[in-house]
Write a protein that binds this ligand. Structure first.
Ligand code: 13P
Length: 318
């Protein structure tokens, strides 16, 4: 069942966070649905602009619609990750996405609000909810000076005005994470103090943490032992997810960790079976490993075991 992220956030707020997983292909789709059902968790499928153009934007839509038939018990939202204006309009018009993210965080404050407001008005008229971003991730670890890096974090003093004027349904906040496998290269850690300030400014409002892969060291080591060259990779301490959830984080974005699982499985498979030239044997291993990875992540987020409670809320509201 496809629902809006708003419905999922109402059930989760203050108690647990929902995993938002980026997918690109069939094997990830299968592993994602299996892992979430194995752990009895509601979830969010994230489709990025890059994923939409990897083959054709309708391909992933077709896969997910099929997965909905194959796994009728699943409860999930379909979300555009890091959309620009045009991709947001396109996804809203598709009638398939239940949620879009407009990322105008690189713009100045007023322009970010104006762009977000346009998307909110358009999306809400069609029953689609909107995530916006205030503050900026990415490259945070490349900033040496504390004041410069602080300038990238979400300013709690601007949060209420941003939400009121833009009308967004959830807010992605920059609290020290960054996208990719190389986080916290300096001395930075997750800024839960900043998060607490944002929650104070926006009590009860759903917050989103981007750049939240953990980049498990054993995964990186296995990749490197099988011929990879990933050096100095570092991620978010997953034991902090539950604290972040108490501070208002309802959605945690994870992409890189899934890519690492894919890389490890395929590197190890072809190292162990150099004679193989069939994509299905590693594909099967990947689907099982990805499902395991998702179920484990949901335990850390606290969303594992929440599926039936969410279903009850949805049924009683309908
Ligand atoms: P990671 O690169 O940490 O997985 O973050 C993904 C993300 O935030 C997608 O929006």
């Amino acid at each position: 069942m496809i629902v809006t992220t708003k419905k999922l956030f109402e059930a989760a707020y203050g108690k647990y966070a929902i995993g938002a997983y980026n997918i690109n292909n069939l094997e990830q789709t299968m592993g994602l649905f299996r892992g979430n059902l194995d752990s009895q968790a509601p979830f969010i499928i994230q489709i990025s602009k890059g994923a939409r153009s990897y083959t054709h934007k309708l391909m992933l839509e077709g896969l997910i619609r099929s997965a909905e038939d194959v796994f009728p018990d699943a409860i999930f939202a379909v979300h555009l990750d890091h959309g620009d204006e045009q991709s947001c309009y396109d996804c809203v018009d598709s009638g398939f996405y239940s949620s879009v993210m407009i990322d105008a965080s690189h713009e100045d404050f007023d322009t970010n609000i104006a762009i977000t407001r346009r998307i909110v008005d358009y999306a809400h008229a069609k029953g689609v909810v909107v995530e916006a971003e205030l503050g900026q991730l990415g490259g945070v670890e490349e900033h040496v000076s504390v004041s410069e890096s602080d300038a990238k974090l979400t300013n709690p003093a601007q949060a209420l005005e941003f939400v009121e004027r833009s009308g967004c349904d959830s807010l992605a906040v920059a609290i020290g994470t960054s996208h990719g496998a190389y986080k916290f290269a300096g001395s930075q850690a997750l800024r839960l103090d900043v998060l607490a300030e944002i929650q104070k400014a926006l009590p009860g409002f759903p917050l989103v943490m981007h750049g939240s892969s953990s980049v498990p060291q054993e995964e990186v080591e296995r990749i490197n032992q099988a011929g990879g060259k990933i050096k100095g990779a570092k991620g978010v301490d997953a034991s902090q997810f539950k604290r972040a959830a108490q501070l208002g984080v309802t959605k945690v974005n994870i992409d890189t960790d899934g890519r690492l699982v894919w890389t490890r499985v395929h590197r190890e498979h072809f190292l162990d079976h150099p004679e193989n030239f069939d994509m299905r044997p590693p594909g099967k291993v990947f689907m099982a490993e990805y499902a395991k990875f998702i179920a484990d992540k949901n335990e850390k987020l606290g969303s594992a075991g929440q599926l039936e409670a969410v279903r009850k809320i949805l049924v009683s509201a309908s």
